[in-house]
Design a protein around this ligand. Structure first.
Ligand code: SF4
Length: 748
């Protein structure tokens, strides 16, 4: 195991430096058959098709995996019975097979060593790699206590490593999908309605008459069932209102496109409230029966007229009025969509609150065509002893910051991993599973400092992502086509159960995450928490408890259950109690007031771009899920690099041509590592540039993704942290354009 000093030495080269170490790797193809079909696997049943649910994003569409005549996995299609996809996978889901066939996959465990004064990896057996990780975890437990280990996760593997951490004695379990993505909306809606949204969000787009998208680009953000419902709603004549500085795919389907000045959405939301209230368009009966604080809200927004908002947002007053009336006309079958990636400006919980309040004024919560009451199955836990109670948790590391963080805040775990004077609690070891932190977390300097200081960094992944370059030990996970995973029980209109089973033996020397967690548990003396030999046993037991069986689920893939928790929409004949302090929908938040925060959202101006700089906006493409898929051969065929969208008037100033490669430099002097192609388009405001996130990989082991496009997260150095829940607002970064290769000037 390398020492702390060695780690500092390698990271001094920057992320690219670690890549250099990685390039000396020679992959072993292991003793496995390489690309085996089911005929090689004694314990896999011979089925004509194998049920799965997709892991390319986390919408979890259910599908069927097929082999060709030689027994090789060739195709995955949607399961007709599944409400997440209705039999149609999105391009990424269909192309997911590329993950299985990708020749760049991690193939065998790796251990960092020093060779001739250089850091590199060497191949290792599972026995050796797991012994090393368990031994180091024991040392950390003995020296600092088990709470000093943390888990960063995204996806199915988090369940198993989460259980391992809890059994070991730590609940410092975090996912960037909270504080770097949708956490603020969960808190904002919970403060208002007493219930968060979860995933999939319970938007009743199927029956809506008006859908309002604020910086949420459904269609490019290809969450399957939601996009299908939006398409059907458009066919039925629903009004779509899109608020976005960019003419997105959703904007092109909209009756109204509001090209708002970035960072001013709160002013628009407050002006919409003003129109609804002062034109008497809000749902008076709903507001009177179910809400608290209407009079305070009314007086709060009195002066926030469309004319007031025009000067801030650049949206004309008559458009603000017209769109507010369109919402009111459709109410209560209207959805002001809560969005998904909402960590923008640091006041994101408050902006999500404003969205929730607007929905409350329209009476859409708990109404057909608005938001339904979701329900999921309660899958029983496989029996195990109670988890030990940790002596401290991530909450203590916050020192009173972020009082409304309901889940662990990934950036706070990073901060807690940087030793410092007077710090009571310090994290000493990480397991990172399924999340590529260098491309996910802003504030790279903090991330690097934390990783330099760690005594153990274990990375579990299917691909050699940038994070693997920092690992002490790399554990290669098999793809979702090659493993059982926990049953899918995501919430929806009814409870649905989904099965994922292996359609092939794990290729090379890869293993399922459940197996790794169990092996580590056994080595750490925690076998009683992993009381099975194969995860199939867990699934069979759970299915039996739910009144079904593995045999049945292998045939049908997904199974619907009846609702048991009341109706899909609010029963107007019954009294309703919301899970807030007051039992009402809180337009005025009693919890925020008691904590000393604004009980009703206020508009705060955010910094403007300096002269010659443009606001950096980033988003998604329908054929990629961020950096996870950038090397997938099938999806690279559809989109191999990102481009930077620039308005022609800006291009003229800079003398830019279509498809010219440029570098971007941000307000702190950070320069994109690779050049990015210019896309000249009037679909973006002149004061902003846009790029798809997830490109610009620096790991040469990703042979298709390396050097393709630019990585926006390199340019996100200014982070505005949400004081309520710790979300990292990342839209306050500005870039200028470099037409010459900056060479040595590159600071990244
Ligand atoms: S939306 Fe697409 S990528 Fe996401 S789970 Fe469904 S098929 Fe897979």
């Amino acid at each position: 195991m390398k020492t702390r000093r060695d780690f500092i030495k390698i990271s001094a080269l920057g992320i690219g430096g670690v890549t250099l170490a990685g390039t000396s790797l020679k992959w072993a193809w292991g003793s496995g058959a390489g690309d085996p079909g089911p005929e090689n696997v004694a314990d896999l049943p011979s089925l004509s098709r194998y049920p799965t649910y997709c892991e390319v994003c986390f919408w979890k569409c259910a599908g069927w995996v097929y082999h060709d005549e030689e027994g090789k996995i060739r195709k995955v299609i949607g399961n007709d019975a599944d409400p997440h996809c209705n039999g149609r996978l999105c391009p990424r889901g269909t192309g997911g097979v590329g993950m299985y066939h990708d020749p760049d996959r991690l193939k065998t465990p790796l251990i960092r060593i020093e060779e001739g004064g250089k850091q590199t990896f060497r191949e290792a057996s599972w026995e050796e790699a797991l012994d090393l990780v368990a031994g180091k975890m024991k040392q950390i437990r003995d020296k600092y206590g088990p709470e000093s280990m943390a888990l960063f996760n995204h996806g199915s593997s988090g369940t198993y490593f989460g259980n391992l951490l809890k059994a070991y004695g730590s609940v410092n379990i975090t996912a960037p999908s909270y504080a770097q993505c949708r956490g603020p909306r969960e808190v904002g809606f919970e403060l208002t309605f007493g219930s968060g949204l979860g995933s999939p969000e319970p938007t009743d787009i199927r029956d809506t008459r008006c859908l309002v998208l604020i910086g949420s680009h459904l269609g490019e953000n290809m969450h399957n069932g939601q996009v299908q419902e939006m398409s059907d709603a458009i066919d039925r004549g629903a009004t779509i209102i899109t608020v976005d500085p960019r003419f997105s795919t959703a904007a092109s389907k909209s009756k109204f496109w509001l090209p708002i000045k970035p960072s001013t959405d709160m002013a628009l939301l407050l002006a919409w409230m003003n129109v609804l209230i002062y034109e008497g368009l809000y749902d008076k009966d709903y507001v009177q029966r179910h809400t608290l604080g209407f009079e305070q809200l009314k007086s709060h927004v009195e002066k926030m007229t469309p004319e007031w908002a025009y000067g801030i947002t650049t949206i004309k007053p008559h458009i603000i009025r017209e769109t507010a009336r369109a919402m009111a006309n459709a109410a209560p079958s209207v959805i002001v969509h809560p969005g998904r990636h909402v960590t923008w400006y640091g006041d994101d919980t408050q902006r999500s609150r404003a969205i929730a309040i607007l929905n409350a004024l329209l009476g859409s919560w708990g109404r057909r065509g608005g938001f339904y009451f979701k329900e999921s199955l309660h899958i029983p836990d496989f029996p195990h002893p109670p988890f030990p109670k940790p002596a401290w948790t991530w909450k203590e590391t916050l020192n009173g910051k972020y009082p409304l963080a309901r889940l662990s805040v990934a950036n706070a775990i990073v901060d807690a991993s940087i030793p410092g004077e007077g710090k009571e609690h310090t994290i000493r070891g990480w397991i990172v599973s399924g999340t590529n932190l260098p491309m996910t977390m802003p504030q790279k300097d903090q991330l690097l400092k934390a990783m330099q200081a760690l005594e153990l960094l274990v990375v579990v992944d299917t691909m050699p992502m940038e994070i693997t370059g920092f690992a002490d030990v790399v554990l290669p996970e098999c793809t979702y086509f090659e493993r059982y995973d926990e049953l899918r029980d995501s919430p929806g209109r009814e409870p649905w159960l989904g099965l994922r089973m292996p359609a092939a033996r794990p290729a090379y020397e890869t293993k399922p995450a459940w197996w790794m967690a169990k092996q580590l548990g056994d080595r750490l003396g925690l076998s009683e928490y992993f009381n099975y030999n194969d995860y199939k046993e867990v699934i069979e037991w759970q299915l039996g408890q739910l009144g079904t069986s593995l045999e049945e689920m292998q045939k049908i893939g997904v199974k619907r259950f009846d609702r048991t928790e009341g109706s899909l929409y609010m029963d107007e004949s019954l009294p309703v109690e919301f899970n807030t302090n007051s039992g009402k929908i809180e337009l005025y938040s009693t919890e925020l007031a008691s904590l000393g925060f604004d009980p009703i959202p206020v508009y705060t101006p955010h910094p403007e771009p300096p002269q010659g700089f443009y606001r950096l906006i980033y988003g998604r493409a329908p054929m990629h899920t961020f950096s996870r898929t950038a090397n997938n051969p099938n999806l690279v065929d559809l989109m191999k690099e990102n481009s930077v969208w620039i308005h022609p008037s800006v291009a003229e100033i800079w003398g830019l041509k279509k498809d010219q490669y440029v570098w971007l430099k941000n307000q702190d002097g950070m320069v994109s590592y690779f050049p990015v192609k210019v896309r000249l388009t009037e679909r973006i405001r002149w004061d902003s540039v846009y790029m798809v996130h997830g490109f610009g990989h620096r790991d040469k082991k990703l042979s298709l993704a390396y050097g393709r496009g630019a990585n926006d997260s390199d340019l996100i150095t200014n982070v505005m942290v949400d004081p309520l829940m710790g979300g990292t607002g990342m839209r306050g970064n500005f870039v200028t354009i470099l037409t010459e290769d900056p060479g040595k000037e590159v600071k990244s």
